[in-house]
Design a protein around this ligand. Structure first.
Ligand SMILES: NC(=O)c1ccc[n+]([C@@H]2O[C@H](COP(=O)([O-])OP(=O)(O)OC[C@H]3O[C@@H](n4cnc5c(N)ncnc54)[C@H](OP(=O)(O)O)[C@@H]3O)[C@@H](O)[C@H]2O)c1
Length: 241
């Protein structure tokens, strides 16, 4: 009998708040982890030190479909995490510098779908774990939520196995990047949801309250190998189970 193939993870967005924790969690569980960092990242050396200390391989393949497909065909990941996302502030800063577009269409949709297509081109069938957001929908009021819906729809129409995860706020005191508005929003909404929960609205509280990156990463890494999560949409309440 042949030995089962080892779990191999490819983490896109590895440098982000969630991505770092996914790399750490997957390494801790003994998976072979390839942490993708964009080659022009100003923090590349620091990311390399951090990820290699955990036992991960650092990948710096450029964001080009052919190059990604070629590397994915070599690595043959069994789970691919798509944890990329920009912000309006980052998009504005990129435009000011004259850098390539870095808005939701270019990053959240464009790079995520490039990764998905590159997996197909590589002839591999990893579980594609996509970090969407609670509120994604075709008629959502924000471009951010509509972008997430567009990616979700493409995954549903495609051939790769996938799991869509829709958290509410991803927030915690350990977030390095300063995002005051998001942190205040999460704190206020968690406080209100605590009251709702105490008044008997536990289901509403669990659906909308924030989750920190370490808890989210535990769930993502478990879901990636859970047969029942193939083709599933998992929202915040189930992420804590
Ligand atoms: N924060 C929330 O409350 C929340 C809630 C629900 C869903 N989400 C979604 O969940 C995902 C992860 O969230 P997070 O808070 O962990 O994200 P994050 O900390 O902002 O990290 C974003 C990741 O995307 C990469 N990225 C951004 N712009 C890029 C570009 N132009 N080219 C290549 N890579 C780029 C970043 O790489 P660099 O480090 O190189 O910039 C980083 O690895 C995002 O899609 C986010 O929209 C977030």
């Amino acid at each position: 009998m042949s030995a089962p193939s080892p779990a191999v993870a490819w983490v896109a967005g590895a440098t982000g708040y969630t991505g770092r924790e996914v790399v750490a969690r997957a390494c801790a569980l003994g998976r072979r982890v390839h942490a993708h960092v964009r080659p022009d990242s100003p923090g590349l050396d620091a990311h390399r030190d951090r990820f290699e200390a955990l036992g991960a391989v650092v990948e710096t393949t450029p964001w080009e479909r052919e190059a990604l497909a070629a590397r994915l065909a070599e690595v043959r990941p069994t789970e691919v995490y798509a944890l990329l996302g920009t912000t309006q502030a980052r998009a504005r800063a990129a435009a000011k510098r004259g850098a390539p577009p870095a808005d939701y269409a270019a990053v959240d949709v464009g790079l995520t779908l490039m990764l998905h297509r590159a997996c197909e081109d590589a002839g591999i069938r990893p579980r594609f774990v996509y970090l969407s957001a609670l509120g994604a929908g075709p008629k959502a009021s924000t471009a951010y939520m509509r972008a997430r819906w567009e990616v979700e729809e493409t995954l549903r129409a495609g051939d790769l196995p996938y799991t869509v995860v829709r958290p509410s706020f991803i927030s915690g005191p350990d977030r390095e990047e300063r995002r005051l508005g998001e942190r205040v929003g999460a704190t206020v909404s968690d406080a209100l949801l605590g009251v709702v929960g105490a008044l008997g609205g536990a289901k509403i509280r669990d659906r909308f309250r924030s989750i920190d990156a370490a808890s989210l990463a535990r769930a993502l890494v478990d879901l990636a190998v859970d047969p029942a999560a193939a083709g599933a949409i998992v929202e915040t309440d189930r992420l804590r189970e």
